[in-house]
Write a protein that binds this ligand. Structure first.
Ligand SMILES: [Zn+2]
Length: 233
């Protein structure tokens, strides 16, 4: 086997490795930050905030009603207790009771609206939580597939690495260094095959003499146009 063929094979293995690792990184990213889960969680958080506000508003009104009820009770006790006989005083107490009753009625309406709002918010939160649970479960299923894929990719690596080590041992140190350098500068493609007398990477024709030399077992010929190593069958 020629040096250029070994380098060409080495490149195929390296491209497979890069592809695998890139996909694994992608999968890791998807699992770490699932957009759907984050969105569903955000809706739950907002629903919880809205519920807290509605709950606070209801409590405030409820407390006001309690206070007025207590005052009314006190006022009525005085009014019907028989200890007050002064008509002016009784009239004032009656007026106070009436005002309190009217205010309580008004507050009760508000309390009812607040209660309806509270129930609505509770339902919204419950629904958002159910959605979140659903999305999480869907995501877990989706991720189990991805995790399976990642494991399958991982399983492929040892074989590739073994082949790579064996090939690397057959390539001269100088050519290997040149290969690694070209991988970095030539967009991950250091070796180009000669197909139909042209460099498969840049498409420019290769001189017949160079093609002949590229076929030799030990010589490395570089494409005069793109600078990549040439491999010819
Ligand atoms: Zn070229």
């Amino acid at each position: 086997m020629s040096e250029s063929f070994n380098l060409f094979r080495l490149q195929q293995l390296d491209l497979s490795r890069i592809k695998i690792m890139r996909r694994q990184k992608e999968i890791e990213k998807i699992i770490n930050a699932d957009e759907n889960v984050q969105k569903a969680q955000q809706i739950v958080d907002e629903a919880q905030k809205a519920l807290d506000l509605a709950s606070k508003a209801y409590d405030t009104i409820h407390q006001q009603v309690e206070e007025r009820n207590l005052k009314l009770k006190y006022s009525q006790a005085k009014l019907f207790g028989g200890q007050i006989s002064n008509p002016k005083e009784l009239q004032d107490l009656e007026a106070e009771s009436a005002a309190l009753k009217s205010f309580i009625a008004e507050l009760s309406d508000q309390q009812f609206v607040a209660l309806e709002e509270l129930e609505e918010r509770q339902n919204a939160l419950k629904s958002a939580e159910e959605t979140l649970t659903q999305v999480k479960s869907q995501t877990a299923t989706k991720h189990s597939k991805l995790m399976g894929e990642s494991r399958q990719l991982e399983d492929k690596l040892p074989n590739i690495n073994t082949q790579r080590t064996a090939l690397r041992a057959q390539v001269s140190k100088a050519n290997y260094q040149s290969y690694v350098g070209l991988l970095k500068t030539k967009g991950g493609r250091a070796v180009a095959e000669v197909i139909d007398s042209s460099c498969d990477a840049c498409g420019v024709r290769v001189a017949p003499g160079d093609i002949q030399r590229a076929k030799s077992p030990s010589e490395i010929v570089y494409c005069k146009t793109c600078g990549r190593m040439l491999y010819a069958k």
